[in-house]
Design a protein around this ligand. Structure first.
Ligand code: FAD
Length: 377
């Protein structure tokens, strides 16, 4: 009999995973708590673009989606450092001209993956289904929907429902696994730099950084020629600025080149939410050989290496490989997946934390710049 797989969460990980599992001839139902994002508008201030690197592109290539996604991508060849005073400083990521990280719209990527999953044989996507109950041993799921509670049954349940995973919460409640989250004492807020006279207001071939010691701002280009900026500031410090004159004065002093480029700065600052940042640790990632976590649900990390989604895409490729290597046995593939991935996800979690210090502080130091020049010499 064909195995029925339930994937909870149709974000980047869940929708990619559905595409991979469909190729194995499995019957997949993808449950998502939100309405279909392809018919609505994006949430305000939630990481509008992502840096996708070779690690993520590899997964997209395997399902024939890399070309479509890359058609709108903006390659960033290095960092552009914006000091408070003085000239901009471009620091290439690599001596090689063909290596870049790519700025990609999160919603366009998610929509392309949902379209691909919807077209894949054996995949059904069910929106407005929020997981609220799970019996991981019996494979029974309970969802809240606009028309009341709905129950479902699956042979395998995969939690791809992000950093605050409800699947993980249910497994912790059953005593099947333990989790903890290290929250950073920093929050993030998004701002926008619109196109100026139809053109990019900054160089679109770079990831822009305003290092300010204990805090920073970054900006990535978008296909509509705008930039999305993200402030990473100590938690609580966002509340110190509450009026338009205060906000303008602060940015004029600390981010002087931003002010003329961001006419909506005050509105963005006052209305966009402050997001939290943290690292999630889970042990183990699977229970009973039939329920498992994947992507941010298993190992959410801070965003300073731009590798969370890339790493989640690598998870999907590795899980598929483990199914190949175990003749499609979930009971053997799920522990194998964890054994093969954990060292890598632990490493990137540490590197992402370390890169925050590099980005907000070290990139502005002359010694750091000299070191990079020698690396590329
Ligand atoms: P999510 O994207 O969180 O998707 C989870 C899905 O599950 C959502 O659709 C949600 O609605 C759904 N869901 C949640 N609960 C339920 C429930 N109870 N029932 C049903 N559905 C549910 N990564 C990069 O690679 N490059 C970057 O440049 C980058 N920049 C980032 C910048 C910021 C500010 C942040 C916060 C993160 C960034 N990341 C980046 C990380 C990246 O966003 C995540 O790693 C990625 O989104 C993880 O995908 P996911 O599908 O596992 O989780």
């Amino acid at each position: 009999m064909t195995q029925r797989v339930a994937i909870v969460g149709a974000g980047l990980t869940g929708s990619l995973l559905a595409c991979f599992l469909a190729r194995r001839g499995l019957t997949v139902t993808l449950y998502e708590r939100r309405p279909d994002p392809r018919t609505g508008s994006a949430e305000r201030g939630r990481s509008i673009n992502l840096a996708i690197s070779e690690r993520g592109l590899d997964a997209l290539r395997r399902i024939g989606l890399a070309e479509e996604v890359m058609a709108d991508a903006l390659p960033m060849m290095g960092r552009m450092i914006h000091p408070v005073e003085g000239p901009l400083d471009f620091q290439p990521y690599s001596a090689s001209q063909d290596r870049a990280i790519n700025s990609i719209s999160r919603s366009a990527l998610n929509n392309a993956l949902l379209d691909a999953a919807a077209k894949a044989p054996g995949v059904e996507i069910v929106f407005e289904h929020r997981l609220v109950g799970l019996d991981s041993q019996a494979g029974e799921l309970v969802f809240e929907t606009p028309s009341g509670r709905v129950e479902a049954q699956a042979d395998v349940v995969l939690g791809a429902d992000g950093a605050g995973s409800a699947v993980r919460g249910q497994l912790v409640g059953e005593g099947a696994l333990a989790d903890d989250a290290d929250f950073l004492d920093y929050g993030y807020k998004e701002l926008s730099i619109p196109a100026a006279g139809g053109e990019f207001a900054l160089d679109p071939g770079a990831l822009h950084i305003w290092p300010r010691g204990t805090s920073m701002m970054i900006a990535l280009p978008n296909p509509d020629r705008s930039f999305t900026c993200t402030l990473f500031w100590p938690s609580g410090s966002f509340d110190a600025l509450t009026t338009a004159p205060q906000i303008e004065r602060y940015f004029a002093e600390h981010y002087p080149d931003l002010l003329p480029l961001a006419p909506g700065l005050v509105d963005d600052y006052l209305h966009n939410p402050v997001g939290v940042l943290g690292t999630v640790h889970v042990q183990p990632w699977q229970a009973h050989g039939r329920t498992a976590l994947i992507g941010d649900a298993a190992h959410a990390i801070v965003p300073f290496y731009g590798q969370g989604a890339n790493c989640a895409f690598e998870d999907v490729v590795e899980l598929d490989r483990c199914l190949d290597d175990t003749g499609g046995s979930w009971a053997r593939a799920l522990p194998l997946f964890e054994a093969r991935r954990r060292d890598n996800t632990d490493a990137i979690a540490e590197m992402a934390l370390a890169n925050f210090v590099e980005m907000r502080d070290k990139v502005a130091s002359p010694v750091f710049r000299l070191g990079k020049q020698l690396e590329h010499a």
